[in-house]
Design a binder for this molecule. Sequence first.
Ligand code: SAH
Length: 264
Amino acid sequence: MTTQSHTPHSATASASSAAEPTEAHTSAASTFHPNVDQAELDKFSALATRWWDPTTEFKPLHEINPLRLAWIIEQIDGGLIGKQVLDVGCGGGILTEAMAKAGAHVKGIDLADKSLKIAKLHSIESGVSVHYESISAEALAEREPGQFDVVTCMEMLEHVPDPSATVRACSQLVKPGGWVFFSTLNRNPKSFLFAIIGAEYVLRLLPRGTHRWQSFIKPSELSEAARLANLTTVCFKGMEYNPFNQRYSLSANTDVNYLMATRK
Ligand code: SAH
């Protein structure tokens, strides 16, 4: 597999090199959000109207949602009831709304404005109270440090130029003793086969080009980025897809999709 010869993108890459805006990012708007890949945001904006249609490319997120929500609740003493929660890279609000329904006071942030519009409209329709804002994790961390009991950052790190900067921002946003949850994709030959070839080309669960294998993050890299950001890794959980019964499940296998729980 030729992909193995690619230089892997490290979650612990220095902020200075990885966060440098590329030529495409030198517009006035992105000057304030250096840790943004506009092409990635555009991909999600183009799909925004479909966030809440569980038959579309967002089907996997709808299917894993109850699993990841239950796992998050399991980790936290007293679950999510009454907790101040921030969902970073919330997209259309699939997890954001679910956490609000589970009793949390939730704020969702994203930089794809179309997705946020859909998220807002959907929360009105479903009568769930959620606050949405178009702001980067880094900018919110400057404005409201240490305000949240729980921060979630799911399926988002593999879409930013400098994941370690996002991890640092999440750490700044959570209260001491609070929880930060991440989920992303592991980087190894198996994840290339399953998450790129399998999911995008064979099973067509996701549109081609949804993910770049080079941007996947090994659990060891994510854990190191967390440690450098003063977060303690509590546990990992794998997430697996069974193409035969078309079901997702949580498992000990972190080879492809995985979640990581950390505490400040
Ligand atoms: N967290 C949601 C959506 C995952 S899709 C869920 O798991 O259900 C990835 C999301 O990250 C998209 O909504 C995309 O717009 C967002 N995103 C990508 N780069 C971002 C950035 N730099 N800042 C904020 N959000 C970003």
